[in-house]
Design a protein around this ligand. Structure first.
Ligand SMILES: [Fe+2]
Length: 253
């Protein structure tokens, strides 16, 4: 009887372990306490875009979700294995589409977003606005800079201090065009986002009318000690992130 009970407990324990491992496979481990999760690709002005969200676990086990993608049931379950979803972050006026989906499942999670989203998403309750003066609950573990200068898309950029990781959304794109057709490959090259040396998309570059403000923001970014850059569209930059960033912003000098 005892042996039978022991065997059942062992099987149950292993099943739980296998379940957890399966869920964690859905996440890409970047470094201790940072993961990324890929979402469904979208099309922006017809151009195919892969999407990525970033998850950071704070020392108190709360999870910080940057640029959330549309969640599947399995992805929602995977997050519960990691910790308690506490913050949903919309870093610019474009990356907000799935915030509400996550909040439905994690109603206690706080939503933080840039000011334009207050008008764009009036149905959402924002716990805080991301701008130059924002003081956020995730500092000092994750630091932030409001990248100014663009008439269209100011963006809050983040730095995970302990892993020397810069977390950007639209300002660096680095598309793997291997599976794209000739037309999209050509277009991404012209826009300046074809990997392995992607960069700031042409439309964003053209929207930077206040170049001095953008240069100041870049200068602040370069004061952070980072090696890796996580981005929302395309392949992340795993090393020499500072050099990569410098090159991507040469047009601003
Ligand atoms: Fe984007």
């Amino acid at each position: 009887m005892c042996a039978c009970l022991f065997a059942c407990l062992l099987v149950k324990r292993n099943l739980i372990l296998i379940g957890k491992l399966f869920l964690l496979v859905m996440l890409h481990t970047v470094a201790p306490d940072i993961w990324t999760m890929d979402g469904e690709s979208i099309r922006f002005f017809g151009i195919p875009f892969p999407l990525r969200m970033t998850i950071v676990r704070l020392p108190d086990q709360r999870l910080w979700l940057h640029s959330p993608v549309r969640p599947s049931k399995e992805q929602l379950a995977a997050l519960q294995v990691l910790g308690s979803t506490a913050f949903l972050v919309a870093p610019n006026a474009f990356h907000h589409l799935y915030i509400g989906h996550w909040q439905e499942h994690f109603p206690e999670a706080q939503i933080w977003g840039v000011s334009k989203l207050k008008q764009k998403r009036p149905e959402l309750h924002f716990s805080g606005i991301l701008d130059e003066t924002a003081e956020t609950p995730w500092q000092p573990h994750i630091e932030q800079i409001y990248f100014r200068g663009s008439a269209i898309l100011p963006e809050m950029m983040f730095w995970h201090r302990s892993t020397k990781t810069l977390i950007l959304t639209d300002y660096i794109q680095n598309h793997d065009t291997g599976n794209d057709g000739w037309f999209w490959r050509r277009l991404k090259r012209i826009i300046g986002v074809e990997g392995p040396q992607g960069g700031v998309p042409l439309d964003l570059r053209l929207s930077v009318w206040h170049r001095r403000a953008a240069r100041d923001s870049l200068q602040q970014l370069m004061q952070w000690d980072f090696e890796r850059i996580i981005i929302a569209h395309g392949n992340c930059i795993e090393g020499n992130g500072r050099e990569y960033l410098q090159k991507a912003f040469e047009w601003l000098q």
